[in-house]
Design a protein around this ligand. Structure first.
Ligand SMILES: NC(=O)c1ccc[n+]([C@@H]2O[C@H](COP(=O)([O-])OP(=O)(O)OC[C@H]3O[C@@H](n4cnc5c(N)ncnc54)[C@H](OP(=O)(O)O)[C@@H]3O)[C@@H](O)[C@H]2O)c1
Length: 238
């Protein structure tokens, strides 16, 4: 039996892409899962797939960038799940455009979602983990959080910020037996990377969401005395 069985997880942006693959990998380990996002139809479909794997699965529709929504929805998720052990801060958006051409509103929305959204959700989940003196938080940055690149300044700024926030939190709550893991994956096939024209669907050797999910599960399975502080997932042969 998996050591993760009966744990309870919240995955933001869990209806599709990397978040969905993580939710499915968690369900296969017997973890009860709450997935969140803004699109109810997508979340509903994914919840049915998760339930078919024999775990409790629920969804919650809210914008991670809206603190009032985050506060009320996280509370009801934790009430429904009966607790929380694992948070995967995965929801995120990206856009391509030159520094001057990108609208201020687009730049701000990327920061609001990727940085403030992660901060809001973590702020609401953290007290439950501190109370239990145990927990895991997985924060999704990107290789774009390690190097700046042309025409993607807002996304890079947001993912650099995620690393700073995540590492600071890690140093703050390690003493509470809370492991904070910052991931910096390279390009993985998903709606995001296909819509941005970063790769074609079904390309051989392209990283898949399931690869990302497997890394998260491996980190969670480490003995509690050990933690994956950060990890970069790269394709072997791009
Ligand atoms: N794919 C890659 O190559 C790659 C590489 C490195 C890092 N990442 C990061 O991995 C994460 C997942 O990316 P992905 O490739 O799976 O992207 P995706 O397929 O576009 O999925 C993004 C997810 O985030 C949710 N989301 C977006 N904005 C939201 C908001 N304001 N409130 C709540 N949920 C929101 C979306 O749901 P709704 O649209 O229904 O809200 C969706 O479930 C992102 O943080 C991304 O930056 C991806």
């Amino acid at each position: 039996m998996s050591i993760l069985k009966h744990k309870k997880a919240i995955i933001t942006g869990g209806g599709r892409g990397l978040g969905k693959a993580t939710a499915i990998a968690f369900a296969k380990e017997g973890i009860d899962v709450a997935i969140t996002g803004r699109t109810e139809s997508v979340l509903k479909e994914t919840v049915s797939e998760l339930e078919a794997l024999g775990v409790q699965a629920i969804y919650s529709v809210f914008d991670v960038g809206n603190y009032d929504e985050v506060k009320s929805h996280i509370k009801s998720i934790v009430d429904m799940l009966g607790g929380v052990d694992i948070l995967v801060n995965n929801a995120g958006i990206a856009a391509i455009g030159s520094f001057n051409e990108m609208e201020v509103s687009v730049w701000s929305e990327i920061i609001q979602t990727n940085v403030m959204g992660m901060y809001y959700v973590t702020k609401e989940v953290l007290p439950y983990l501190i109370d239990k003196n145990e927990g895991d938080i997985i924060n999704v940055s990107s290789t774009a959080g390690l190097n700046g690149n042309p025409n993607i300044s807002a996304y890079c700024a947001s993912k650099f910020a995620v690393i700073g926030m995540s590492e600071s939190l890690m140093k703050e709550v390690r003493k509470n037996n809370i492991r904070v893991n910052t991931l910096t994956p390279s390009t993985i096939e998903s709606d995001m990377t296909i819509e941005l024209g970063m790769l074609d669907k079904g390309s051989e050797n392209t990283l898949q969401p399931e690869d990302f999910a497997e890394l998260i599960v491996a980190g969670l399975k480490l003995p509690r005395r050990a933690m994956l502080k950060s990890a970069a997932l790269w394709s072997t042969n791009p």
